[in-house]
Design a protein around this ligand. Sequence first.
Ligand code: GUN
Length: 287
Amino acid sequence: MAPVQRIDGKAFAARMTTRIADEVRSLFDEAGLKPGLAVVLVGHDPASQVYVGAKHKATIAAGMKSFEHRLPAETSEDVLLGLIAQLNADPNVHGILVQLPLPAHLDASAVIAAIDPSKNVDGFHVVNAGQLATGQDALVPCTPLGCLFLLQDHLGDLSGLHAVIVGRSNIVGKPMAQLLLGANCTVTIAHSGSRDLPALCRTADILIAAVGRPEMIRGDWIKPGATVIDVGINRIPDGDSTRLVGDVAFAEAGHAGAITPVPGGVGPMTIACLLQNTLTAFRRKLP
Ligand code: GUN
C-alpha cells in the first residue's frame, strides 16, 4: 500500500495568506480602505497569549489593520460589553474576535451574543450558526472551515463520502458537520460517549478528530486509506520538557491515505481562515 501522505496545512495556509494579502492590496488601491480586525484578550492564559500574538502578526502580514485589546483578568462584564459595543460601532473594525476561554466570572455566551454577527469573524454568534445550518452565506468558524479547505484540496469532490467527526463542540464538531453536509458527505457526529467508538471510526472515509484528548484515536480505529484530519493540539510531558500531540496516535496511522500532522496541519489553517473571514466581512461592507 502507498505510504501515508502528510497534509501540509502550514504550506496551504501560507498560500492562502499570500492570496489574501494580494487581494487586500488591490482593494486598497481601488477603494483606499483596509480591513481591520479587533482581537480582545481578557486575562493572562498563556496559550491564549500565544494565539493572540500569532493572530496580530498574521493580520499585519496580510496588510490589514490590527487592533489588540488586552484587558486585566478581573475586567467586569459591563466593561467588556462596553468595549464590544464600541467595536461594533467602529467603521474601521470589520472583524471582532474575543479570545476564549474567558475568566470564569464572565459569561461567554452573553459576550459572543453581543458581537455584531456581521463582524463575528469566529462565526460563533447564534445568527452565524443559524445561517450555516440553513445553507445561507455565513461567517463560518475558522477551524472547521480550514479542515474543509484541506479536505477539498486533497480529495477534490467529497460527495458521498462517509465523514465521522469525533467531537460535538460548537466551535468545531457541529459546524464541521454542517460544512461536510453542505459538501454532500454522509455525516456522523460521534463523541467520547458513543457506543463502540473504534468500530464507528473504522467506517469513516474521512475521520475528523476534535476531542481534545491526546492520542485517543488509535491506529486500528482508522480504515486503511482513510483521510484523517487531526484538530487536537495537546501539550504532554516529554522527559524534562513537553511536546505537542494531536488527538490521533500519529505513529500508528501509517495505513491511512493521508493525515494532518500536529503541529503544522490544522493549526495554521485556523489563522488563515480568520484572515479570510475578516476579508469577507470587509467586502460585505464595501459600498
Ligand atoms: N480559543 C481557541 N480557539 C479559539 C478560536 O478559534 N476563537 C476564539 N475566539 N477563541 C479561541
